[in-house]
Design a protein around this ligand. Structure first.
Ligand code: GDP
Length: 141
Protein backbone atom coordinates (compact mmCIF):
# COMPACT_ATOMS: atom_id res chain seq x y z
CA UNK A 1 0.00 0.00 0.00
CA UNK A 2 1.42 3.37 -1.02
CA UNK A 3 1.72 6.30 1.36
CA UNK A 4 -1.41 8.44 1.18
CA UNK A 5 -2.30 11.90 2.46
CA UNK A 6 -5.55 12.93 4.11
CA UNK A 7 -6.91 16.20 5.48
CA UNK A 8 -7.85 16.57 9.13
CA UNK A 9 -9.46 19.37 11.15
CA UNK A 10 -9.61 19.42 14.92
CA UNK A 11 -12.85 21.37 15.31
CA UNK A 12 -13.46 24.40 17.61
CA UNK A 13 -15.09 22.39 20.43
CA UNK A 14 -12.07 20.09 20.71
CA UNK A 15 -9.60 22.99 20.53
CA UNK A 16 -11.52 24.64 23.42
CA UNK A 17 -11.24 21.41 25.46
CA UNK A 18 -7.43 21.65 25.25
CA UNK A 19 -7.07 18.09 23.93
CA UNK A 20 -4.95 18.72 20.81
CA UNK A 21 -2.08 16.62 22.16
CA UNK A 22 -4.38 13.75 23.05
CA UNK A 23 -5.94 13.72 19.57
CA UNK A 24 -2.59 14.00 17.78
CA UNK A 25 -1.31 11.14 19.94
CA UNK A 26 -4.14 8.96 18.64
CA UNK A 27 -3.11 9.71 15.05
CA UNK A 28 0.58 9.08 15.75
CA UNK A 29 0.11 5.86 17.70
CA UNK A 30 -1.93 4.51 14.78
CA UNK A 31 0.84 5.19 12.27
CA UNK A 32 -0.18 8.57 10.86
CA UNK A 33 2.35 11.41 10.69
CA UNK A 34 1.76 15.17 10.55
CA UNK A 35 2.93 16.46 7.14
CA UNK A 36 1.50 19.97 7.64
CA UNK A 37 -0.20 21.75 10.52
CA UNK A 38 -1.57 25.19 11.42
CA UNK A 39 -3.87 26.66 14.04
CA UNK A 40 -6.27 28.95 12.23
CA UNK A 41 -9.64 30.69 12.13
CA UNK A 42 -11.55 29.70 9.00
CA UNK A 43 -13.41 32.48 7.18
CA UNK A 44 -17.13 32.06 6.44
CA UNK A 45 -16.57 32.03 2.68
CA UNK A 46 -13.78 29.44 2.87
CA UNK A 47 -15.91 27.28 5.18
CA UNK A 48 -18.86 27.45 2.77
CA UNK A 49 -16.56 26.39 -0.06
CA UNK A 50 -15.12 23.56 2.03
CA UNK A 51 -18.59 22.19 2.91
CA UNK A 52 -20.15 22.99 -0.52
CA UNK A 53 -21.54 19.45 -0.88
CA UNK A 54 -23.73 20.05 2.20
CA UNK A 55 -25.09 23.42 1.02
CA UNK A 56 -28.67 22.16 0.63
CA UNK A 57 -28.74 20.33 4.00
CA UNK A 58 -30.85 21.89 6.79
CA UNK A 59 -27.87 22.03 9.15
CA UNK A 60 -25.57 23.91 6.73
CA UNK A 61 -25.90 27.32 8.41
CA UNK A 62 -25.37 25.81 11.87
CA UNK A 63 -22.35 23.85 10.61
CA UNK A 64 -20.66 26.92 9.11
CA UNK A 65 -21.43 29.01 12.22
CA UNK A 66 -19.86 26.36 14.45
CA UNK A 67 -16.78 25.78 12.29
CA UNK A 68 -16.03 29.52 12.17
CA UNK A 69 -16.75 30.08 15.89
CA UNK A 70 -13.17 29.62 17.07
CA UNK A 71 -9.72 28.36 16.15
CA UNK A 72 -9.29 24.97 14.48
CA UNK A 73 -6.18 22.85 13.91
CA UNK A 74 -5.76 22.15 10.19
CA UNK A 75 -3.53 19.18 9.33
CA UNK A 76 -2.31 17.04 6.49
CA UNK A 77 -1.81 13.50 7.79
CA UNK A 78 0.39 11.06 5.94
CA UNK A 79 0.66 7.28 6.16
CA UNK A 80 -0.35 3.95 4.67
CA UNK A 81 -4.05 3.94 3.86
CA UNK A 82 -4.30 7.34 5.60
CA UNK A 83 -7.83 8.25 4.44
CA UNK A 84 -9.50 5.10 5.76
CA UNK A 85 -7.24 4.86 8.81
CA UNK A 86 -8.13 8.42 9.84
CA UNK A 87 -11.86 7.67 9.46
CA UNK A 88 -11.45 4.64 11.74
CA UNK A 89 -9.53 6.63 14.36
CA UNK A 90 -12.21 9.39 14.26
CA UNK A 91 -15.25 7.11 14.64
CA UNK A 92 -18.80 7.58 13.34
CA UNK A 93 -20.19 11.05 12.56
CA UNK A 94 -22.58 10.85 15.53
CA UNK A 95 -20.45 10.64 18.72
CA UNK A 96 -23.21 8.58 20.40
CA UNK A 97 -22.73 5.89 17.72
CA UNK A 98 -18.92 6.11 17.56
CA UNK A 99 -16.91 3.09 18.73
CA UNK A 100 -15.54 3.43 22.28
CA UNK A 101 -12.01 4.84 22.24
CA UNK A 102 -12.38 6.75 18.96
CA UNK A 103 -11.81 10.51 18.93
CA UNK A 104 -15.48 11.34 18.37
CA UNK A 105 -16.58 8.99 21.17
CA UNK A 106 -14.11 10.65 23.54
CA UNK A 107 -14.41 14.31 22.58
CA UNK A 108 -17.53 14.76 20.41
CA UNK A 109 -20.45 16.67 21.95
CA UNK A 110 -23.12 16.19 19.26
CA UNK A 111 -23.67 15.32 15.61
CA UNK A 112 -22.55 18.83 14.64
CA UNK A 113 -19.85 19.37 17.27
CA UNK A 114 -18.12 16.05 16.67
CA UNK A 115 -14.52 17.12 17.42
CA UNK A 116 -12.82 16.21 14.13
CA UNK A 117 -13.16 16.24 10.35
CA UNK A 118 -11.44 13.74 8.08
CA UNK A 119 -11.56 13.42 4.28
CA UNK A 120 -13.85 10.66 3.02
CA UNK A 121 -11.80 9.73 -0.08
CA UNK A 122 -8.41 10.43 -1.70
CA UNK A 123 -10.18 12.75 -4.17
CA UNK A 124 -11.77 14.75 -1.33
CA UNK A 125 -8.42 14.80 0.47
CA UNK A 126 -6.66 16.38 -2.52
CA UNK A 127 -9.40 19.04 -2.88
CA UNK A 128 -9.48 19.84 0.84
CA UNK A 129 -5.69 19.97 1.25
CA UNK A 130 -5.41 22.38 -1.69
CA UNK A 131 -8.05 24.65 -0.10
CA UNK A 132 -6.02 25.17 3.07
CA UNK A 133 -2.34 24.51 2.31
CA UNK A 134 0.22 25.72 -0.22
CA UNK A 135 2.37 22.94 -1.67
CA UNK A 136 5.48 24.32 0.05
CA UNK A 137 3.79 24.06 3.49
CA UNK A 138 3.57 20.26 3.21
CA UNK A 139 6.60 18.10 3.93
CA UNK A 140 7.27 14.82 2.18
CA UNK A 141 7.20 11.92 4.64
P1 GDP B 1 -18.40 13.13 8.31
O1 GDP B 1 -17.78 12.82 6.97
O2 GDP B 1 -18.38 11.96 9.26
O3 GDP B 1 -17.83 14.38 8.94
O4 GDP B 1 -19.96 13.41 8.06
P2 GDP B 1 -20.77 14.16 6.89
O5 GDP B 1 -19.91 14.36 5.67
O6 GDP B 1 -22.05 13.41 6.72
O7 GDP B 1 -21.14 15.56 7.53
C1 GDP B 1 -20.18 16.60 7.60
C2 GDP B 1 -20.32 17.30 8.92
O8 GDP B 1 -21.59 17.95 8.97
C3 GDP B 1 -20.30 16.39 10.15
O9 GDP B 1 -19.01 16.06 10.58
C4 GDP B 1 -21.05 17.22 11.17
O10 GDP B 1 -20.19 18.17 11.78
C5 GDP B 1 -22.07 17.96 10.31
N1 GDP B 1 -23.36 17.29 10.38
C6 GDP B 1 -23.74 16.13 9.78
N2 GDP B 1 -25.02 15.83 10.09
C7 GDP B 1 -25.46 16.84 10.91
C8 GDP B 1 -26.71 17.11 11.57
O11 GDP B 1 -27.69 16.37 11.44
N3 GDP B 1 -26.75 18.25 12.32
C9 GDP B 1 -25.70 19.10 12.44
N4 GDP B 1 -25.81 20.21 13.21
N5 GDP B 1 -24.52 18.87 11.84
C10 GDP B 1 -24.39 17.76 11.09
Amino acid sequence: MAIEQTFSIIKPNAVKKNVLGNIVEQFESNGLKIAACKLSLISKSKCEEFYAEHKARPFFGELVAFMTSGPVLLMVLSGENAVLKNREIMGATDPKKATVGTIRAKFGDSMGENAVHGSDSPTSAAREIALFFERNEIVNL
